[in-house]
Write a new protein. Structure first.
Lengths: 48, 510
C-alpha cells in the first residue's frame, strides 16, 4: 500500500475503533440506575 | 406496543439501535461512495458530517423519543405534538410512520434476497457457474422466473411479523443481541479473507491490499467540491437511519431518568465501525482482487447492489466449494442481519401509534404491519424492473428523510427551544455532552441539512418531472407515486381521528 493510503486507513479505522470501544466500555461500566416500579419499590436497571 | 413495553437491558437497546442504523448500505453503498468521491479523502467530509450532523441528529431524535415516551407517545405525530401544540406538527410527524411503512415495503424484499442467497450459497447453487451465469441468476430471480422470490419474501415477512409480535425485550432485542455480534464476527472473518488475498493464489489476479490501497488513497483535491460534501452528508444521513422516526420510537421506551446521550454515541459509533472498518474491507478488496480496478470502477457506476449479488457469489467460488459456501453464508448472513435489525425498527412506529391511539395490542399491530408491508411491497416485487422499486426508494428512502430531518431539527432547536432541548439531551446523561453542541444543533446541523436539501433539489425536480423515467415505465411510476401519496394521506387521516379521540377523552396534557 502507498503511504498516504496506509495513513488514511490506519488513522480513520483507528479513530473509529477507539471511539466504538470507548463508548461501549463506558456503557458497560456505567453503574446501574435505580428505577421505581409502580409500587414505588426500587429496581436496578442493569447495563446487561 | 403496550404502554408497559420497555427494553430489557441497556446493551440490548444499544444493539437494537445500532442494528436499526446498520443496513445493507454499510457494506454496499459506503465503499462505492468512497471510491466515487475521492477515495481515502472522502472520510474527511464524511467524519466531519458525522460530528456536525450525524451525532446531533442522533441526540435530537433520542431525546425527542424519550420526551414523547414519558407522555405515552411512541410515534412521531404525537411526539411532535407534545413539543409544540400547533396542529401542523403532528401532520409533519406523519413522515415518521409513512417513511417506515414505505421503506419497509421494499426493504423486506431486499432482505428476502439475502435469505435466499444464504440458502443458495449453502446448497452450492453457484458451484461451477460462470460470472455471467451468476449475474443471470440475479436477473432471473428479480424477474420472477420462478415462485421462489415470492416464497422467500413471504417467509421474511412472516419472520419480521412474528418477532415484532413478541415485543421489544422478547423479540427485537433478542434478534439484536444475536444478530449484531454475528454480523460483526462474519464481517471480521470476511474482511480478513479479503485483505489477505494473494495474487496468484485462489485465482486472484491482485492482492487484496490493492483494493484497499485504491479505496483509501486520498485525492485531496476533491475535498473542495460541493458534490463530495453532498455525497458525504448524504451517506451519513442514510447510514445512521436518522430522519425516519424509528429512533424516536425506540427511544420512547427509554425511561425518563435513563441516559440517552451515551447510548446514542455508542450506537452511532458502532454503526461507523461496521461501515468504515468492515464495510470498506470486504466488497472492494475482494472484487478488485479478482477483477482489477478498472472493471470494478465501471461496475460501481451502477451501485453496490450488483457487485454484492451478481459478482461476489461468483468470486467466492474461486475459494473452492467449502469456503465458497461458508463465505456466501457469512456474506449474505451479515447482510440479512443488517437488514432484519433495520426492518424490525421500521415496524415499531406504526405499532406504537396504533397501540397509543386505538388500544391495539401488540399482536394485532404486528400482523397488520406485516399485511400492510405485503400489500405495499407487492408492486416493488412484481414490477421491480419497471422503476417501482427505484421510485419507492427515492421518495420514501431519500427525499422524505431529508424533509423530516429538517422539520425535526427546526422543531427541536427553534420551536421547542435549545434551553429545553439541551436539558432533555443531558437529563440522566452518563457523559458530559460538549457545550459546543448547543451551538451546533441550533445553527450548524440545520445549515448542513439545508445544504443537503438544496443540493438535492435539481435531482428532485428532475425525478418529479420524470426526466429519467423510461416511457414504458411511465404508468408504473405514476401508480407508485399515487400509492405512496395515498398511504401518506391515509396516515394523516388516522392522526386526525386520533386527535379527535384525544379531545373527546380529554387526553391532552398542558
Amino acid at each position: 500500500m502507498n503511504t498516504s493510503a496506509l495513513l488514511m486507513l490506519l488513522i480513520t479505522e483507528g479513530v473509529v475503533t477507539f471511539f466504538t470501544i470507548y463508548f461501549l466500555v463506558k456503557v458497560l461500566k456505567s453503574p446501574p440506575r435505580p428505577i421505581h416500579t409502580d409500587e414505588g419499590q426500587p429496581v436496578f436497571y442493569e447495563a446487561d | 406496543m403496550s404502554k408497559k413495553e420497555s427494553w430489557g437491558t441497556r446493551v440490548g437497546l444499544i444493539l437494537a439501535m445500532a442494528g436499526n442504523a446498520v443496513g445493507l448500505g454499510n457494506f454496499l453503498r459506503f465503499p462505492v461512495q468512497a471510491i466515487q468521491n475521492g477515495g481515502g479523502a472522502f472520510v474527511i467530509p464524511y467524519l466531519i458530517c458525522f460530528l456536525l450532523m450525524g451525532i446531533p441528529l442522533l441526540w435530537v431524535e433520542w431525546s425527542m423519543g424519550r420526551f414523547g415516551g414519558q407522555k405515552g407517545n411512541h410515534s412521531t405525530p404525537f411526539i411532535f405534538d407534545t413539543m409544540d401544540r400547533r396542529s401542523f406538527w403532528k401532520y409533519l410527524g406523519v413522515f415518521g410512520i409513512f417513511t417506515n411503512l414505505a421503506v419497509g415495503a421494499y426493504y423486506c424484499y431486499l432482505e428476502s434476497w439475502t435469505l435466499s442467497y444464504m440458502w443458495h450459497s449453502v446448497m452450492g447453487s453457484f458451484n461451477g457457474d460462470t460470472q455471467e451465469q451468476v449475474a443471470a441468476f440475479f436477473t432471473d430471480y428479480t424477474g420472477l422466473s420462478t415462485a421462489e422470490p415470492i416464497i422467500f419474501w413471504i417467509l421474511c415477512l412472516l419472520l419480521n411479523t412474528w418477532i415484532l409480535s413478541r415485543g421489544l425485550s422478547r423479540g427485537v432485542e433478542i434478534v439484536a443481541k444475536i444478530g449484531m455480534p454475528l454480523l460483526i464476527l462474519f464481517g471480521i472473518l470476511l474482511a480478513i479473507q479479503g485483505i489477505t488475498l494473494k495474487a496468484g493464489s485462489q485465482g486472484a489476479i491482485y492482492d487484496g491490499v490493492v483494493g484497499l490501497n485504491f479505496l483509501w488513497t486520498p485525492d485531496f483535491s476533491t475535498i473542495w467540491t460541493p458534490k463530495v460534501w453532498l455525497a458525504a452528508a448524504g451517506q451519513i444521513f442514510f447510514t445512521l437511519s436518522v430522519g425516519m422516526g424509528s429512533i424516536q420510537c425506540y427511544a420512547s421506551y427509554v425511561k425518563s431518568k435513563e441516559d440517552i446521550a451515551l447510548n446514542a454515541m455508542s450506537a452511532g459509533w458502532m454503526n461507523e465501525f461496521v461501515e468504515v472498518v468492515l464495510g470498506s474491507s470486504i466488497l472492494i478488496p475482494i472484487a478488485i482482487g479478482y477483477l482489477g480496478i478498472e472493471k470494478v470502477v465501471v461496475m460501481t457506476q451502477s451501485g453496490g447492489l450488483g457487485l454484492g449479488f451478481k459478482t461476489l457469489p461468483y468470486l467466492f467460488q474461486q475459494w473452492g466449494p467449502l469456503l465458497a459456501a461458508l463465505a456466501g453464508f457469512m456474506w449474505f448472513g451479515l447482510l440479512f442481519f443488517a437488514g432484519i435489525t433495520s426492518s424490525l425498527a421500521m415496524g415499531t412506529p406504526f405499532m406504537g401509534f396504533m397501540t397509543d391511539e386505538f388500544k391495539w395490542d401488540r399482536e394485532k399491530g404486528a400482523w397488520t404491519f406485516g399485511l400492510l408491508i405485503l400489500i405495499l411491497g407487492l408492486p416493488t416485487v412484481l414490477w421491480f424492473n419497471k422503476g417501482v422499486f427505484d421510485e419507492y426508494d427515492y421518495w420514501a428512502g431519500t427525499v422524505s428523510l431529508v424533509i423530516f430531518a429538517l422539520c425535526e431539527i427546526i422543531l427541536f432547536a427553534w420551536v421547542f427551544g435549545m434551553d429545553k432541548g439541551w436539558k432533555e439531551i443531558n437529563a440522566g446523561s452518563d457523559i458530559k455532552v460538549p457545550i459546543i453542541y448547543r451551538f451546533i444543533i441550533k445553527y450548524i446541523t440545520p445549515a448542513l441539512l439545508l445544504f443537503v436539501f438544496i443540493g438535492s433539489l435539481p435531482t428532485i425536480i428532475n425525478q418529479l418531472i420524470g426526466k429519467s423515467i423510461k416511457s414504458e415505465n411511465f404508468w408504473y411510476v405514476q401508480g407508485s407515486r399515487l400509492l405512496l401519496l395515498s398511504v401518506f394521506l391515509a396516515i394523516c387521516y388516522l392522526v386526525y381521528l386520533a386527535y379527535k379521540k384525544r379531545l373527546r377523552e380529554g387526553r391532552f396534557n398542558s
